[in-house]
Design a protein around this ligand. Sequence first.
Ligand SMILES: [Zn+2]
Ligand SMILES: [Zn+2]
Length: 207
Amino acid sequence: MYDDIDTAPCTLCHRPGAGIYHPGCRARLEEHLRVLPRLYRVLEVALVPTRGSSGGPVTGSRTAPLPCRLDTLDLRARGGIEGVLTTWERDVRELLGWDPPPACGSVEETVVSSAWFLLNQIPWIAEQHPAAYELADEIHQLVAHCRAVLGEEPAERRITLACATPDCTGVLRITLSTPGQQCGRCGTSYGWEALRALRPATRAVAA
Ligand SMILES: [Zn+2]
Ligand SMILES: [Zn+2]
């Protein structure tokens, strides 16, 4: 489909003109994997004022928590940040034919070790992982979610647009700052303006 490597989409963001991937996309993924253990710890601090004077455990409380506190708990629980990271770690290990991740204690220790593992595998992930885009996208969304919960920055709203190529069922997921993107299905490249002229994708196309 792509006879010239320069027109191939970036493995990490699906935008064109990357060679294999944009150096900036790799740097962003590295930065986000480095920041996740910090966000995990900061979220714990964010929990403290809601614990009350009893100092008892937060889990099992029947009082209605603030939505933001629920978010914080979800992110810090097993299956939150930990779940996203270990799912990808397990996936990468499986693709490389390595042993599954070693069980390592607390949720925080797992977050730290899993983020570190993925950080070290970024060169391989960016070049070889068949779902590198999905991995990067999930890590970016996770960081955006943590930051939104912490009030550090609003999560950028994501819009799903339909590719304009006749008979192509591809969709392009963009935010307001996306400079351009390539349809992953038919390979059509859309620049800034062309992208913004696309129609929103609908789940079922009306007859
Ligand atoms: Zn890229
Ligand atoms: Zn298309």
